[in-house]
Design a protein around this ligand. Structure first.
Ligand code: SF4
Ligand code: SF4
Length: 417
């Protein structure tokens, strides 16, 4: 959980205005920093990148100078992944990561990088034409400053799902929130989550009805104003497409945290219905008979679990472990604070070496005998699979596969009960 959330309230009243690109102040006073360096100890980039100054220097120390009129950004501020682990650890509630995002907005970048970042901070554009990236010549990617990882992302198509999933929707209709990466590249996870929700007795509508973005990638890249505008567009899309649904079920932990935490606090947007992460919905809404059937099925090899850093910050790390326990699958959390993927961070050439260093370290932490990796973010799954060679998928995909092995019954679970 967000460790600093209690003390956060202490500075919330002095929040002055929305973050704006170009350097407008966020808060009139953030000098509640205790200079304890707990944030530095929590920062995964500081451990991996010898040139990175760390969150204390780049956050409150820089902001003090900024308030005195010095708007120059520090070197290597862009190396921050915006994982927010520093902010979650801060005992004084200093919005460290958001101060760093503000500082990133002051960095002057070459034209080609601005072009690249215009695309990477609008992943909903990429999701509309995901195949186009693979067709473009790699030389173009290099010229724009994309890493080889960006070119290697392959689409995981939605496989054919068992007609068992054509369930009655006796429990009402929920919205399956289709994030940009899942929409463009991971239809497998979308299809599995949809099929499971239907097996559990829900009607499912995929929302929003068109490709929109919550603003997470733009904020992480130091474009808070753009993030605000994208969040408002997404909120309008959800108001149109999801207002009569029970809740939104999210597949991606970063988007989940953005909708629930970032929107109301930083982006003046609210989701139209309650937001629930897939693992919470599975643990709390799947009938007990579903879990019994999984536990009674053939034994599964042990899995490793990776909760995205933003997921750790927003909801803690226990969600995937709870799912594995319910399914009777031996599981161990991966000892990695941040894998280095961080949305589009690993797709930028200047970050490729750091992202790979962090990803390899995560891969080395993979427990022996691991049969696969559950990851609650598509980009982290791609990155970790590339770094470790271990099959990494969304937990919905693993659960659906386990369910198919365990239960080819004639009807939906509710009907069977
Ligand atoms: S920002 Fe927070 S964690 Fe970091 S040095 Fe200041 S008080 Fe400590
Ligand atoms: S947001 Fe993450 S990478 Fe950036 S300074 Fe904080 S802990 Fe380090």
């Amino acid at each position: 959980m967000r460790a600093g959330s209690g003390s956060w309230k202490a500075i919330e009243p002095v929040r002055k205005t929305q973050v704006r690109e170009g350097g407008q102040a966020m808060w009139s006073d953030t000098d509640s920093c205790l200079k304890c360096s707990i944030c530095v100890a929590a920062c995964p980039v500081y451990r991996a990148d010898p040139e990175f100054l760390g969150p204390k220097a780049l956050g409150p120390d820089w902001y003090r100078l900024f308030q005195q009129g010095d708007t120059r950004p520090f070197a290597h501020v862009d190396d921050c992944t915006f994982c927010q682990l520093c902010e979650a650890a801060c005992p004084a509630g200093v919005p460290v990561a958001h101060l760093i995002a503000l500082q990133k907005s002051l960095v002057k970048r070459p034209f080609r990088m601005r072009v690249r970042d215009s695309v990477l901070t609008r992943p909903h554009w990429v999701a509309r034409v995901p195949g186009a990236l693979g067709l473009a010549p790699p030389a173009l990617g290099r010229a724009l400053g994309l890493s080889a990882s960006a070119w290697r992302v392959r689409r995981r198509r939605r496989p054919r799902f068992d007609p068992l999933a054509a369930a009655v929707s006796a429990r009402g209709t929920v919205g399956l929130f289709v994030d940009c990466f899942s929409r463009g590249y991971d239809r497998e996870a979308v299809g599995a989550a949809r099929a499971l929700l239907e097996v559990w007795g829900f009607g499912v509508r995929e929302v929003p009805g068109q490709s929109l973005c919550c603003g997470a990638a733009a904020y992480a890249s130091g474009r808070p104003a753009q993030a605000g505008s994208m969040a408002k567009q997404m909120a309008a899309g959800l108001a149109r497409d999801a207002q009569h649904l029970q809740w939104l079920v999210t597949l991606n932990a970063t988007c989940d945290g953005t909708l629930r935490d970032e929107w109301p606090r930083f982006l003046d947007a609210v989701p139209v219905v309650p937001v629930r992460a897939f693992d919470d919905v599975a643990a709390e809404e799947a009938p007990e008979a579903f879990w019994r059937r999984l536990r009674a099925g053939a034994p599964h090899p042990p899995v490793a679990l990776h909760t995205t850093c933003r997921g750790k910050v927003a909801r803690g790390e226990g969600g995937l472990s709870r799912l594995a326990a319910l399914a009777g699958i031996a599981a161990e959390p991966l000892d990695a604070a941040c894998c280095g993927a961080a949305g589009s961070y690993a797709f930028k050439r200047e970050h490729a070496a750091i992202a790979q260093k962090m990803g390899r370290k995560a891969g080395q932490a993979m427990p022996a005998g691991t049969g696969g990796l559950w990851v609650d973010s598509g980009t982290c799954a791609v990155h970790l699979e590339e770094m470790s060679g271990v099959r990494a998928r969304h937990p919905a995909v693993w659960l659906w596969e386990a369910w198919q092995q365990a239960a080819h019954g004639p009807a939906t679970l509710r009907e069977r009960e």
